[in-house]
Design a protein around this ligand. Structure first.
Ligand SMILES: Cc1ncc(COP(=O)(O)O)c(C=O)c1O
Length: 422
């Protein structure tokens, strides 16, 4: 039985196993824990309703006190502001009139519209691969692709900071899941050497989602080539942002032709929802037959697909949006560095502020930030390591210098000062 003094020693990492005979009853310790007022306070940060678009200035009805506040939003993934771009919104509205709201079918049967066909071709061309398959979420895309590519007896080797969707894909495939130390080529090399003779796939991310650092793609390519193992690259946080033409980390490092499978999501820089996987023609055909999230789930709404086609066009017809984002990234970083904050190894628009091991400090700081009108979510263990609890800033092209200055003043007061950094 959980002891009152120990409540704060527990986390979501502790209740994944349920030995209750009644399968519909969550573990009793979980219920005791989650109802404790100190834990409930931390959970208040989840599912706070936004009352306006996910732009830098938005409106949030905070769970903390039920008050609706105008907030500076540093949390949404709307990196290029495309979710409210006038051309993107207009494309969605026009397609709504033509196609209605839902696809009303799985892609193989009746869920494929001309929009899906055209967008898949455009994405494949953009990513310089033969073909592309669309999924109704990024998570479904990773899970489905891995499920289709691998099988029992195979091995998925992932960087230990990879996203849950890749882990769940391995489970769905029945493949063995092995991780190597983050961005460590020697660890990858040793891991691959241990699995010689097996069918192996290596999965990495372009920009790691909790740290904002880049994959050491040249080193990963070298090691994988020496073992004859293909690479699956998750470009969720790098597509449209990196590389001369915005194609991602593969382009940034000049190594696109070394990537076997290129994954992207439409929920971040594209400003919408959905996932896509680009690969050779035969593999895409095979994935469409064996990826459950593609085969057995309703296709993306055609209006969303039409909007995402416009996002791709707007973001790639010139570099203005990503240039604006990078200018903001550099300005924000400079300000945060002047506050002596620990920004980890970030080299992207994802900038963590690592505050250390105290979950209580994290929650108190998050509360103070929200009360001051800063929407900056706390990221707690087990989402990140217990010694590196953090806030995570998503920099958008739409932030003004004034937004950033104001945000940094609040960060100085509620994070940097309490940490003794200034
Ligand atoms: C690296 C990575 N891959 C995949 C996903 C899943 O994408 P989506 O949220 O579009 O389902 C995410 C989402 O956060 C992610 O960060």
């Amino acid at each position: 039985m959980m002891n009152d003094r120990d409540i704060l020693k527990y986390s979501l990492a502790d209740f994944g196993h349920n030995d209750n005979d009644d399968v519909l009853a969550p573990p009793q310790d979980f219920l005791t824990w989650i109802k404790d007022p100190r834990v409930a306070m931390a959970f208040q940060f989840f599912e706070q309703p936004m009352l306006a678009a996910p732009t830098p200035r938005t409106s949030l009805r905070t769970n903390l006190d039920g008050v609706t506040r105008q907030m500076i939003n540093l949390t949404s993934y709307n990196y290029l502001g495309l979710s409210t771009h006038p051309e993107v919104v207009a494309a969605a509205k026009a397609a709504l009139d033509t196609y209605g709201v839902g696809a009303a079918g799985a892609a193989l049967l009746s869920g494929t519209f001309d929009q899906h066909e055209l967008f898949a071709e455009e994405l494949a061309r953009f990513k310089q691969k033969d073909a592309c398959v669309l999924f109704s979420s990024g998570l479904g895309g990773n899970m489905g692709a891995i499920q289709a590519i691998l099988q029992r007896g195979d091995v998925l080797v992932i960087d230990d900071k990879c996203h849950k969707s890749l882990i769940d894909g391995a489970k769905l495939a029945g493949a063995k899941l092995v991780s190597f130390a983050h961005n460590d080529a020697n660890s990858l090399d040793e891991t691959l050497a241990r699995h010689k003779g097996k069918r192996v796939l290596v999965a990495i991310e372009g920009v790691y989602s909790m740290d904002g650092d880049l994959a050491d793609l040249p080193a990963v390519v070298e090691v994988c080539e020496s073992h004859g193992v293909p690479i699956y690259l998750d470009e969720a946080h790098s597509t449209l942002l990196f590389g001369e033409n915005g194609r991602g980390i593969g382009e940034h490092f000049g190594l696109e032709d070394k990537i076997g499978v290129s994954f992207g999501t439409l929920s971040k820089s594209f400003g919408g929802v959905g996932g896509f996987v680009c690969a050779n023609e035969n593999l895409v055909r095979y994935m469409k037959c064996y990826a459950s999230p593609f085969q057995f789930s309703c296709a993306l709404p055609p209006a969303i697909v039409a909007a995402m086609r416009k996002s791709l066009e707007v973001a790639t017809r010139d570099s203005s949006l990503r240039d604006a984002m990078w200018e903001n990234v550099h300005y924000f970083r400079k300000n945060l560095e002047s506050l002596n904050l620990d920004l980890g190894e970030s080299a992207s628009q994802v900038i963590p502020i690592i505050i250390g091991s105290s979950g209580e400090h994290l929650i108190m700081m998050a509360m103070a930030a929200q009360q001051r009108g800063l929407f900056l979510q706390p990221i707690d263990f087990p989402a990140v390591e217990a010694h590196a609890r953090r806030f995570r800033i998503s920099v958008s092209s739409q932030l003004t210098k004034q937004d950033i200055d104001e945000a940094c003043n609040i960060i100085e007061d509620v994070i940097a000062r309490p940490l003794g950094r200034v």
